[in-house]
Design a protein around this ligand. Structure first.
Ligand code: NAG
Ligand code: NAG
Ligand code: NAG
Ligand code: NAG
Ligand code: NAG
Ligand code: NAG
Ligand code: NAG
Length: 300
């Protein structure tokens, strides 16, 4: 009984601590004179003490400038979702040491080189539901500590071969629901820590042999709802930790059992809704002793 109320009290204190930071965007003329106002309800803490900024939805910031964030030198966590941000000035985060950046559901199309230079502590970034079309070497330059990145539901049609090269610590990459037609063989070359890769709902036609050659830690690979016609022999030879593979809802005519020669830890294989003509479970099982689910319905 005592224990319970103690836990409850600690929880309440914790929740009230993180929920007392209220931030509002106050409009000036055009974007001149606009500012962000935060209050720490019930404490005398100065405004510079703010480390978590969670802006109200439906603001119209349009351009994220250094002046807006400069009053908050301790800022570590930035949530600005559905704020209509179109642009981030390259010096907007200068002198801040950010850890989490959530810009979900804005109108961003480009990040200029330098935007994240020096931001080695950012480990989490959500850029889903924006307007990115083209990821270049400039887009993510400097994000050498990033572990989790979502770019779901943008309009990405091009990823330059070196665009992701700084993301050497990235573990989870979400690219679901974009328009990616193909991937250069070097796209993921530097992403040696990658564990989860979601490429579902794109326009990929093939997976080339070298694309995942440095992904020895990858355990979840989602390729469903693309236009895959074939997967090149050897494509999964280096993904030895793979446990979950989804290639359903594509146009695969065959799924050679040899693809799984080295993915001995595979547990789930989903390949329904393709045009696969023949598949030998006996061979698959001889390579994958942990297999517990195979879906192959709606095939030829
Ligand atoms: C905004 O401020 C700049 C200088 O600070 C000035 O040149 C510009 O005319 C202002 N724009 C508006 C719309 O007030
Ligand atoms: C945002 O604003 C639009 C238009 O004013 C409104 O329809 C919508 O419900 C608002 N959304 C939220 C989450 O407040
Ligand atoms: C960053 O901080 C340094 C040292 O405090 C200061 O000189 C510089 O003007 C700041 N830069 C920006 C862009 O705020
Ligand atoms: C992608 O962005 C780069 C750099 O801004 C540019 O050179 C290239 O033309 C763009 N490609 C497309 C297809 O928009
Ligand atoms: C993959 O499919 C395409 C289109 O059907 C074909 O041109 C290509 O030769 C195939 N590649 C392999 C390795 O089977
Ligand atoms: C896959 O393994 C089988 C038997 O274990 C072997 O005959 C075949 O050559 C291997 N294929 C590849 C592409 O390594
Ligand atoms: C599947 O492969 C095994 C081992 O190669 C073979 O003995 C068996 O006949 C094959 N089954 C079918 C249906 O082709």
């Amino acid at each position: 009984m005592y224990m319970k109320s103690f836990v409850l009290l600690v929880l309440t204190l914790f929740v009230s601590k993180i929920s007392t930071e209220y931030c509002y965007y106050r409009h000036g003329k055009e974007s001149n004179g606009s500012y962000i106002e935060c209050e720490l309800a019930g404490t005398g803490e100065p405004i510079e003490g703010i480390s978590l900024m969670h802006l109200e939805r439906n603001t119209t910031i349009s351009i994220l400038k250094r002046e807006l964030l400069a009053p908050f030198p301790n800022l570590k966590t930035l949530f600005m979702t559905a704020a209509n941000i179109r642009k981030i000035e390259p010096d907007a985060f200068t002198n801040l040491t950010l850890v989490m950046v959530d810009l979900y559901n804005n109108k961003l199309e480009v990040l200029r080189r330098g935007t994240f230079s020096g931001q080695k502590k950012i480990s989490y970034m959500d850029l889903s539901y924006n307007y990115f079309k083209n990821l270049t070497a400039a887009t993510f330059s400097g994000l050498i500590g990033l572990e989790w990145l979502s770019l779901n539901a943008n309009q990405i049609g091009l990823i330059e071969s070196s665009a992701l090269n700084d993301l050497v610590k990235l573990k989870s990459l979400y690219l679901r629901y974009n328009k990616i037609p193909n991937l250069h063989v070097d796209t993921f070359k530097k992403l040696v820590a990658l564990e989860i890769l979601d490429l579902s709902m794109n326009n990929l036609k093939t997976i080339s042999a070298g694309l995942l050659s440095n992904q020895g830690q990858l355990y979840t690979l989602l390729l469903d709802f693309n236009a895959l016609e074939n997967i090149t022999d050897g494509a999964f030879d280096k993904t030895i930790a793979l446990t979950y593979l989804d290639v359903s809802n594509n146009r695969l005519r065959e799924l050679p059992e040899d693809l799984f020669n080295n993915t001995n830890r595979l547990e789930v294989l989903r390949a329904s809704n393709n045009q696969i003509r023949a598949f030998n479970y006996t061979i698959l099982l001889s390579k994958t002793s942990f297999l517990r689910e195979v879906l192959l319905y709606n095939n030829s």
